[in-house]
Design a protein around this ligand. Structure first.
Ligand code: SME
Length: 164
């Protein structure tokens, strides 16, 4: 049994440090990307408050065309395929850059998977310089994610590049 849980009353930095430590322990030595993404989605849900969706979209190549396809997540059922450049996830995947959106209603092309979502943080996962997936967090609160969240999720994404 795994019983990872965040300590109470810790800084955002410390919360992500503990999340990364748990993710490292859970994925170390396991080569299956689906298993690792599923466990990390569960950890995101457990460690980060005020979310309504947490999980992965994977970069998939089909007949020479690349697009994002839904991966392991916690939350409401979500749209399955996202073209590069579309919505918040598609922007992060195409640009290879974190997208932190304080109000999703103001983001051109935002794809509403859950009407409750108000803010969103999407971080690309890179391997050998190429985007292989994105981590997507949605919150029902406006401006839920700050720069510390973005940096914390980027630290997680940095080592997941070799684990998923
Ligand atoms: N809102 C995202 C789509 C994925 S869901 O939030 C789970 C977007 O605009 O890319």
């Amino acid at each position: 049994m795994f019983d990872f849980r965040p300590a109470d009353d810790v800084s955002v930095f410390e919360r992500y440090r503990q999340l990364c430590e748990a993710a490292d322990a859970l994925t170390q030595g396991e080569r299956d990307p689906i298993a690792n993404m599923a466990n990390v989605a569960a950890l995101l849900w457990k460690f980060l408050p005020d979310l309504n969706w947490a999980g992965f979209y994977r970069m998939v190549e089909d007949h020479g065309a690349r697009e994002l396809v839904l991966g392991p997540f916690i939350g409401r059922p979500a749209c399955i395929r996202i073209a590069l450049g579309r919505g918040v996830c598609g922007a992060a995947a195409q640009l290879g850059e974190t997208q932190r959106v304080e109000d999703v209603h103001q983001f051109p092309g935002h794809i509403p998977c859950d009407a409750a979502s108000r803010s969103e943080l999407v971080v690309p996962v890179l391997r050998n310089g190429a985007v292989i997936a994105v981590i997507d967090l949605d919150s029902p609160s406006p401006a839920r994610f700050n720069d510390e969240d973005a940096k914390g999720l980027e630290r997680l994404a940095a080592f997941l590049g070799e684990r998923i």
